[in-house]
Design a protein around this ligand. Structure first.
Ligand SMILES: C[S@@+](CC[C@H](N)C(=O)[O-])C[C@H]1O[C@@H](n2cnc3c(N)ncnc32)[C@H](O)[C@@H]1O
Length: 379
């Protein structure tokens, strides 16, 4: 039976549902638009960083497109378009927007220079941008891997990705690993300073900045770095040479899960690499064989939440992003794979550690935005 009141009620409900869907659509549309704008900026910052366009603009002088083109060796028309686009994006500033296009002068505002050009700064974000772009290099391979369940080998991401990985952690490791984090672990610090000289194994050492940082801070220490990726090991050797530390740093191309690894190390570290491993338990077993009975096993990995939720913070969002684009596919390139991904929660590490023979894990009181620090206990 027709009931006018009911009809009105249901129309109201429909209207309000329509309104709430429309609001939701509007908010989402703006979110996607914002993401697309951000992506344009990521790609164009990448161009500026790779071609060295920011360096002359960071000197404080205003430059015309022609001057930038001459200094950086780029075509003037491309240079002009990029300068204008960067100004629209709020990255550069223009002295007089009404000047003729060729006469307009641009510069990097003083507050933007450190973030884009200072490799020694903890706030240097260019490597993040560079690595994001490099993560899209094997996109077709990634799409195929999604469908087949295979992986994308680390090598497929190329030298740009590797270099960005090195640069992204460089300032933090050089500034904090040997100067703040290790000194905060009092007994370990005392051992690293003492005789006989302590020995350290750096698992998944990449371009070696963690090894350089430790040897730089502790003058007696020697470090053996292990990494599966030969070009990264070459970079580590070169970084050690440039730091004048080659006599105490030794780098090997080696699968850290190699069952024949054994040693007598005072400290075994694995910085931001356990979540990348196809077989983390094999590597943790090797770490247990490498460490002395009274040694210290230190793992730094991503400071993700303890459990999944739909209210993740920025760290969680960033780590899921890396996981989808790079870490999970790289970790699935070898079979069998633990298929961990970047979002390795503490309980997952604890499970791997126990399977490897460790007695447990302890979360250390070391503060860092991206990393959580764990001590893996042998007894
Ligand atoms: C995210 S990178 C971290 C590198 C470095 N520790 C840093 O902080 O920049 C992970 C590293 O783990 C290495 N890796 C992956 N699987 C490995 C394995 N089975 N044995 C040794 N290294 C491995 C990769 O080659 C890569 O250099």
């Amino acid at each position: 039976m027709f009931h006018p009141q009911r009809k009105e009620l249901s129309v109201k409900r429909d209207n309000s549902r329509d309104e709430s869907v429309a609001r939701q659509k509007e908010a989402f549309l703006n979110k996607v638009l914002g993401s697309a704008l951000g992506a344009f900026e990521v790609f164009t910052i990448y161009i500026g960083a790779r071609l060295g366009l920011y360096d002359p603009l960071a000197q404080g002088d205003w430059l015309t497109p022609g001057q930038l083109a001459a200094v950086c060796g780029v075509h003037e028309r491309y240079g002009r378009e990029w300068l204008e686009q960067q100004t629209m994006a709020g990255i550069l500033e223009v002295e007089d927007a009404s000047a003729a296009p060729e006469q307009r002068r641009f510069r990097l505002p003083p507050g933007h220079t450190e973030v884009l050009t200072d490799i020694d700064s903890l706030d240097y974000l260019t490597p993040l941008v560079r690595q994001l772009v490099a993560a899209t290099i094997p996109l077709e391979e990634l799409l195929a891997a999604f469908q087949s369940g295979s992986g994308v080998p680390y090598e497929s991401y190329g030298q740009d990705f590797r270099q960005a990985q090195a640069d992204i952690n460089r300032a933090t490791l050089l500034g904090e690993l040997g100067n703040i984090w290790l000194p905060s672990l009092k007994d370990l610090h005392t051992r690293l300073m003492a005789d006989p000289p302590a020995r350290v194994a750096d698992i998944g050492c990449g371009a070696g900045w963690s090894s350089v940082a430790m040897a730089g801070a502790y003058p007696k220490l020697s470090v053996d770095g292990f990494d599966l990726d030969a070009p990264s090991v070459e970079m580590a050797r070169e970084n050690a040479r440039q730091a004048g530390l080659s006599d105490r740093l030794n780098f090997q191309v080696r699968d850290a899960g190699d069952a024949s690894l054994a040693g007598d190390y005072d400290l075994v570290v694995a910085i931001e690499c356990i979540h990348d491993l196809s077989d983390p338990v094999a590597v943790l077993k090797a770490m247990l064989k490498l460490i002395k009975d009274d040694g210290f096993v230190l793992v730094a990995d991503m400071r993700v939440a303890e459990a999944f939720s739909d209210q993740g913070d920025e760290v969680e969002r960033i780590m899921y992003g890396w996981s989808v684009l790079a870490c999970l596919p790289a970790g699935m390139a070898d079979t069998p794979s633990a298929m961990t991904g970047t979002v390795m929660r503490p309980a997952t590490l604890e499970r791997y550690a126990q399977e490897a023979g460790f007695k447990g894990i302890e979360i250390l009181d070391i503060d860092n935005f991206f990393w959580r620090f764990y001590r893996l206990r042998q007894n």
